[in-house]
Design a protein around this ligand. Structure first.
Ligand code: ADP
Ligand code: TRP
Length: 321
């Protein structure tokens, strides 16, 4: 089975753009590949220096992904910092990474351009990411466009290492899922936490009502027929409805006599229903944190079973006794 690996950034509240753009495809991969998935809490240290917050966000992310369907019996799911080997590999790989390679990284340059004073962790972020990938001989790395270059950097580092020491690392390939459409936010632009236009997965009914209530529509009067194809409410409904439900919704738009408020209510109900099971599981895990820790520990054990022998090979290759 193909080994697919991905790291989860533990920052912020998950929205339905994240769900359809990243999480749902991940759940599908879980069924057909050997999925390795971890919470990238070491990476988070490059921008977060509040211990409580980091701990809380890491556990929240673990709970969210477990609740949404990551199955520890099918996938290897762990907390990055539970497998320390990754830091040793990170250092070893640093010796095979030129400064220029990192200086050319877009995500680093973008952050500096935005005025962030870079620390070394931000600069060397791609080397840790390379360690994440190479430690586990991952073959496929599903990424958003912004992360493609990081996988390319990983390949460069691996090639350099393999040239020096033989075929030790598997060269990973990135995969960008082109079939995934961009989910619009409540203002019609791409849904993103940085645009403050999200509809969140785990909100209360009241918050959900507030977020869906703010979806931007035109001002066709209630009694008149309405266009559905370009309507933001309809576009979001499409994600949650089957063909039959969609046809019924289209008919309601065309018939007139209902306002956008009615369609928003329909959307709100669909979203609420869609994440019902996830919400229940989340409430369960929140009340059983010890189980979450156990799941992560088990995952780390599985990950370590691969990381340890790999590191023995790597140490031997470079002359660390
Ligand atoms: P945000 O834009 O809210 O900061 P992230 O950059 O953290 O979201 O994205 C995490 C994952 O979710 C990425 O894989 C990204 O491609 C996906 N994603 C985020 N927003 C959307 C969206 N509006 N439509 C589709 N996928 C999205
Ligand atoms: N850098 C990734 C992101 O920002 C998270 C990540 C860390 C990752 N290590 C990884 C992704 C290894 C894939 C493989 O989303």
């Amino acid at each position: 089975m193909t080994r697919v690996l991905t790291g989860i950034q533990s920052s912020g509240t998950l929205h339905i753009g994240n769900y359809f753009g990243a999480i749902k495809p991940m759940l599908e991969m879980q069924e057909e590949s050997d999925l390795f998935i971890f919470i990238a809490n070491y990476h988070a240290l490059s921008s977060l220096q509040d211990a409580k917050e980091l701990e809380q966000k890491s556990l929240e992310a673990a709970i969210a992904f477990l609740s949404l369907g990551i199955d520890p019996n099918k996938s290897t799911f762990w907390l990055q910092s539970d497998v320390k080997e990754v830091l040793e590999l990170y250092w070893i790989l640093s010796g095979y990474t030129s400064m220029g390679l990192l200086e050319r990284a877009h995500s680093y340059k973008d952050k500096v351009a935005k005025g962030i004073t870079p620390n070394h962790a931000l600069f060397s972020y791609p080397v840790l990411m390379a360690a994440d990938i190479l430690l586990y001989d991952a073959q496929i790395i599903p990424v958003g466009k912004d992360q493609i270059q990081h996988v390319e950097i990983t390949r460069d580092i691996a090639l350099r290492f393999n040239n020096a020491h033989g075929d030790i690392f598997t060269l990973p390939e990135f995969r960008v899922d082109k079939s995934v459409a961009t989910v619009p936010g409540i203002d019609g632009a791409k849904m993103s936490k940085s645009y403050h236009n999200t509809i969140d997965i785990f909100s209360t009914q009241k918050q959900l009502k507030k977020q869906t209530g703010k979806i931007v529509t035109d001002s066709t009067p209630l009694e008149e027929p309405k266009e559905y194809a370009n309507c933001n409410v309809y576009k979001l409904c499409k994600l949650f409805m089957n063909q039959e439900e969609l046809a019924a919704l289209q008919a309601r738009y065309q018939r007139g006599g209902e306002g956008y408020g009615h369609f928003k209510l329909t959307l709100q109900e669909k979203i609420w229903e869609h994440f019902e099971q996830a919400r229940e599981r989340r409430a369960y895990y929140e009340a059983h944190m010890d189980e979450v820790r156990d799941i992560l520990n088990e995952g780390a054990k599985k990950a370590r079973a691969i990381a340890q022998p790999k590191m023995e090979t790597v140490r031997k290759a470079v002359g660390i006794l």
